[in-house]
Design a protein around this ligand. Sequence first.
Ligand SMILES: NC(=O)c1ccc[n+]([C@@H]2O[C@H](COP(=O)([O-])OP(=O)(O)OC[C@H]3O[C@@H](n4cnc5c(N)ncnc54)[C@H](OP(=O)(O)O)[C@@H]3O)[C@@H](O)[C@H]2O)c1
Length: 257
Amino acid sequence: MEKWSGKTAIVTGASAGIGDAIVRDFVKHGINVVAMARRMDRLESLRDQLKDEAGKVIPIKCDVADKASIDAAFEKIEKEVGTIQILVNNAGICLMADIFGEDDDKTDEIFTSTININFLGLVRVARKSFKLIKKSEDYGIIINIGSVFGHISSSDYALNVYPGTKHAVRAVTESMRQELNKLKNSKIRVCELCPGAVITEIGRDSFNTPEMKALIESGTIPILKSCHISQTVMFILITPYEVNITEMIVKPVGEKY
Ligand SMILES: NC(=O)c1ccc[n+]([C@@H]2O[C@H](COP(=O)([O-])OP(=O)(O)OC[C@H]3O[C@@H](n4cnc5c(N)ncnc54)[C@H](OP(=O)(O)O)[C@@H]3O)[C@@H](O)[C@H]2O)c1
């Protein structure tokens, strides 16, 4: 990891779960992190907790569902931070609703925000980040966080458009790779990391019931911790610059999906 020490990363969805774990590992390895999310209180608390680490945390508020918010955040990053070398495109939501369920505003809002955050937001953040990586003239990497649901769509839960957005993340990651290939002397890699089940706040509808908690605690339902996904990010980063892990799936042993 020494080669990344002193470099700068953007991590979206840094206020919880997998994003929070990645920020913690990055700063331990001397990487400065622009930590992005909507909940600034959480980002500021993370910065304060990690103030003695080798890298520093720079909290920046950003709603990735809102183009104007992304534009404003990147204007700030360019002015206050300059260039970057790493993007972890991690922000995401997964809310329960049946596709053929209630035809109401709440359900429609779930579909719209899932697409806007998980897919459109990810693409917009990648486009903005690419410019800052390119400007650095250094080696760079974009890691898009997909899901096992980018490979399958079946589930016991009403995941509605969530698997669709993750299939789209998988497709657009390959489109990004193809485009980067066409650039002359591109030093930027792109990778999709697809976690299986991880115990975070995203599963509050499905994992956080007393029955599910008991099944997880007894080991009946296997589940990863956020630090396992963060360790996989570190593994991707330690590969030599000429090696592109284009896609990686990480499941707990015994996962159903
Ligand atoms: N946990 C799993 O089982 C699992 C499995 C496969 C893939 N994943 C993927 O892993 C990624 C991280 O999920 P997680 O499990 O760590 O979930 P989490 O604990 O709920 O964290 C989600 C993060 O995304 C941020 N976020 C949500 N909406 C946002 C918005 N509009 N703008 C900016 N940030 C937003 C949240 O921050 P704010 O609310 O503060 O904005 C939070 O920091 C997601 O892409 C998810 O699809 C998770």
